[in-house]
Design a protein around this ligand. Structure first.
Ligand code: ADP
Ligand code: ADP
Length: 228
């Protein structure tokens, strides 16, 4: 687990366009924060700066109190869960979940890989499906495999980039419940980007509302609701 702190973070794209205009946000250890706002307001840019896929133009990013502006993505130990899940179609569920450990060559023994995948599959209720391929899974099961991949790495935080936007309404509702349940069970710091008001109001501990690259307000879902 980790705290994530943004201090006056600015993102200027090549052409001088300010996509993020000095955002400050203090995300505590184990907290579930939703970043919500209309398309183009800078949500994805903020997530990509946190994970290290995008440089920060100005300001500071701290993970557990250490400034990480110049730290490579692989040295930040954050796990990003993408909208399209990025699963490998030719690999089984087991191998898809094991993949990050295979990448970290030599760091995990075969026994440890087996142990971690088994434990993640239990948490995510995927134990019955470990030998199947992604094509034979439901959308919700695929989503859980993608989360399994984040879990086995013992990542300090999960970063979700609109993970449910490709699902139909019914499945979206189920997955909302499921993500909230898993996050509570693991207690892992989570930043979750969405443009969906329902997700914003039901999922997190706090909601940060972004508009045109600026934070408009940060409040509990109830706090937001009660404002005029
Ligand atoms: P959101 O995730 O809220 O939809 P983004 O962070 O993707 O917003 O984009 C914020 C703004 O920055 C948008 O106006 C977008 O067009 C612009 N933008 C995003 N990526 C780039 C880029 N690589 N170069 C220039 N402008 C970009
Ligand atoms: P998006 O669809 O959000 O714009 P991209 O398609 O640009 O994202 O993908 C960024 C790539 O960076 C992904 O393929 C992903 O595998 C890789 N990546 C680098 N570091 C990480 C990380 N810490 N977590 C997840 N993915 C990462």
């Amino acid at each position: 687990m980790a705290s994530i702190v943004l201090r006056d973070v600015v993102k200027e794209y090549g052409d001088g366009f300010l996509a993020v205009k000095g955002v400050s946000l203090d995300i505590k250890d184990g907290e579930f924060v939703i970043l919500v706002g209309p398309s183009g307001c800078g949500k994805s840019t903020i997530l990509r700066m946190i994970v290290g896929l995008e440089d920060i133009s100005d300001g500071d990013l701290e993970i557990d109190g250490a400034r990480v502006n110049d730290r490579a993505p692989r040295d930040r130990n954050l796990a990003m869960v993408f909208q399209n899940y990025a699963l490998y179609p030719h690999l089984t569920v087991f191998e898809n979940i094991a993949f990050p450990m295979r990448l970290a060559k030599g760091r995990f023994s075969e026994e440890e890989v087996r142990e971690r995948v088994t434990r993640a599959a239990e948490t995510l209720e995927l134990s019955e499906h470990l030998e199947r391929k992604p094509a034979n899974l439901s959308g919700g099961q695929r989503q859980r495999v993608a989360m399994g991949r984040a879990i086995v790495r013992d990542a300090d935080a999960f970063l979700f980039d609109e993970p449910l936007s490709n699902l139909d309404a019914k499945l979206r509702g189920q997955m909302r419940t499921e993500i909230a349940r898993i996050q509570r069970r693991l207690g892992t710091t989570t930043v979750y980007v969405t443009h969906d008001q329902t997700e914003a109001m039901t999922l997190g501990d706090r909601v940060a509302v972004l508009r045109k690259g600026e934070l408009q307000q940060v409040a509990s879902p109830r706090g937001l609701y009660e404002q005029p």
